[in-house]
Ligand binder design. Structure first.
Ligand SMILES: [Fe+2]
Ligand SMILES: [Fe+2]
Length: 305
């Protein structure tokens, strides 16, 4: 199997050193502009909600920006120990591999610091306490309890959709808040390399596994996707609660249901469907397993319905 094309640890390491940035570089001393949207509507999914005013749509877009940061910090929690395990597996071997994996882990801890700072600045500026789903470490433990290939596939999917969100939906959107735009841009700079390293690691690992073991990893990935979907559903309710506090009065059942329907679809596209359907991810799965890509396509279609 050869997922890696022209990816090498050497190129990834060289690009990581050349494009290194700090959390201060990203923030540049700026604050959010709460007069602007934070996310494109492909991610936020607020524009078609008929029961909201324009100001409420913008507030929900910003609440979604905050939860986007939270959920990234959340899903990336397990990536650090996962990458460290892969580094340790050949600690006296290829030094270029080791260095690029250590930088990968360090970059993910930096992303968590960046997302955490964004969350604090948001809380200080937005003025309403916005609930965020708990259980970050429990989710990390659940991911790490699956097979190593499952955790790598989940990571690969996340790294690819992070790039797609930025390049296809954010990069050319000058009307979005400038600081939030930069959070996604700096994240993308690192994730574009991480996705390549994931493919190198998947190659190394998959060559040691039987077809049955690869198939099981795909099934476990889809089970994790179901767990992520449950978390997203909880976050939808917390977001609607925060929006209610912002406007000062409660939604009717019909209004809440309309918002829920739109938000569930938007969250699923953002954190599941845009990854499961990403052409790079689909091609990785096709090379790993004969039945996997059909199962993944069916799951993505069901989630997008
Ligand atoms: Fe990251
Ligand atoms: Fe990453």
């Amino acid at each position: 199997m050869m997922l890696t094309h022209d990816f090498t640890y050497e190129r990834c390491l060289e690009a990581s050193v050349r494009n290194a940035w700090t959390v201060d570089d990203c923030f540049g001393g700026r604050d959010f502009d709460f007069g602007k949207s934070f996310l494109p509507d492909r991610i936020a999914g607020v524009n078609d909600i008929t029961c909201l005013s324009d100001a409420e749509k913008r507030a929900l877009n910003q609440i979604r920006g905050n939860s986007y940061c939270h959920i990234f910090a959340f899903v990336e929690e397990y990536i650090v120990p996962m990458v460290m395990d892969n580094a340790r597996s050949d600690v006296y071997g290829d030094e270029t591999r080791l260095r690029s994996l250590l930088r990968f882990a360090e970059e993910e801890t930096k992303h968590q610091e960046m997302m955490e700072r964004a969350r604090k600045q948001f809380a200080a500026g937005f003025g309403v306490d916005c609930g965020l789903v708990p259980g970050r470490e429990a989710v990390a433990q659940a991911v790490l309890a699956t097979s190593p290939l499952t955790a790598l596939l989940l990571t690969s999917m996340i790294e690819w959709f992070t790039q797609l969100h930025y390049t296809e939906h954010v990069r050319d959107r000058a009307e979005l808040d400038a600081l939030f735009h930069d959070l996604l841009r700096f994240h993308w700079i690192d994730e574009s390399r991480h996705a390549r390293i994931d493919s190198l690691l998947i190659d190394e690992l998959a060559s040691t596994l039987t077809p049955d073991e690869r198939e099981t990893a795909i099934d476990e990935l889809l089970q994790l996707g179901g767990a992520v979907d449950g978390l997203l559903a909880q976050q939808v309710e917390l977001d609607i609660d925060a929006l209610e506090t912002t406007r000062g009065y409660t939604f009717t059942d019909t209004e809440r249901q309309e918002i829920r329907t739109h938000q569930q679809r938007a969250y699923r596209w953002t954190f599941l469907v845009s990854g499961l359907e990403h052409p790079k991810f689909v091609s990785i799965v096709e090379q790993l397993s004969s039945d996997g890509s059909a199962k993944i396509a069916a799951t993505a279609q069901a989630l997008a319905a």
